[in-house]
Design a protein around this ligand. Structure first.
Ligand SMILES: C[S@@+](CC[C@H](N)C(=O)[O-])C[C@H]1O[C@@H](n2cnc3c(N)ncnc32)[C@H](O)[C@@H]1O
Length: 251
């Protein structure tokens, strides 16, 4: 099967979202929204962050179970599966695209899950709501690579993402990065190689392929198109690391 080029991949991504935009996805009713959904505006985050819930288990779920976050969770297939598998862990999915989130909410509510919430927010504006040592894991799977230079500059994964997550994720906590875009993959690889705070759990510089219990909509789409999937699995190291220190892989 012929592989899509990165430019085609972006177009496909936009088309998939447009398709979802046209499809009838019911908005959650008030009770379901109350249970599963939070919408946060950039204006409120900038001007009155203290009035908003932070991305912590006590704040979002009223308990102190470990919290895992997916940034750009789309319609939440991957996260809902994790929530079903691990009832003693909380999960929060963030995305700007509300119709995608409505699909996730529908799935979570249909399965009666009590340990997952979805937040409609632009992640690039959400950093004041991150709290130190509040996340057990963070997932960034198939982030939009962007086609134009301006869009590429606004990618979610960059040095700032690693900095913010280094603070928000607990010592030894996980970060999972997955992309099908070779350009984005190259950027991830370069930043990870230069960052001693995040230790790879694999000997190889990166893994090819990703086999979660349930594949997300975009993973299914890209794999059907014959695209190769790159994966990094990292662990956070908070103490005793100097930036210049070399870390042997897999140690
Ligand atoms: C290619 S989709 C991948 C979705 C999902 N992770 C999956 O594997 O199916 C990228 C997602 O990131 C979301 N996204 C893009 N920029 C974002 C931002 N700044 N903040 C939050 N979500 C964002 C998009 O709306 C979209 O749902």
């Amino acid at each position: 099967m012929r592989r899509s080029t990165p430019a085609e991949s972006d177009t496909l991504s936009a088309m998939t979202r447009r398709k979802l935009g046209r499809r009838k996805v019911a908005e959650p009713d008030a009770a379901t929204a109350e249970r599963y959904f939070l919408r946060l505006s950039g204006w409120d985050i900038r001007n009155d962050p203290d009035s908003l819930p932070r991305f912590t288990s006590p704040s979002l779920f009223g308990n102190d179970h470990p919290l895992e976050m997916e940034v750009g969770c789309g319609s939440g297939e991957f996260l809902c599966h994790l929530a079903e598998e691990s009832p003693e862990t909380n999960f929060v999915g963030l995305d700007v695209h509300l119709k995608s989130l409505h699909k996730g909410i529908e799935a979570a509510s249909g399965a009666g899950l009590g340990n997952i919430k979805f937040v409609g927010v632009d992640f690039r504006q959400a950093h004041p709501l991150l709290a130190p040592d509040s996340l057990a894991a963070v997932y960034l799977h198939f982030p939009d690579p962007g086609m134009k230079t301006r869009e590429k500059r606004r990618r979610i994964f960059d040095r700032k993402f690693l900095d913010e997550m280094h603070v928000a994720v607990v010592e030894g906590g996980r970060m999972s990065l997955v992309t099908d875009d070779e350009g984005y993959f190259g950027q991830m690889l370069a930043l990870i190689e230069a960052d001693t705070r995040w230790r790879r759990t694999h000997e190889e510089p990166y893994l090819v392929g990703f086999e979660p219990g349930v594949k997300s909509r975009f993973q299914t789409l890209w794999e059907r198109r014959g695209r190769k999937v790159f994966h990094f699995e990292l662990r956070n190291r908070k103490s005793g690391i100097r930036r210049a220190e070399a870390v042997p892989h897999g140690s």
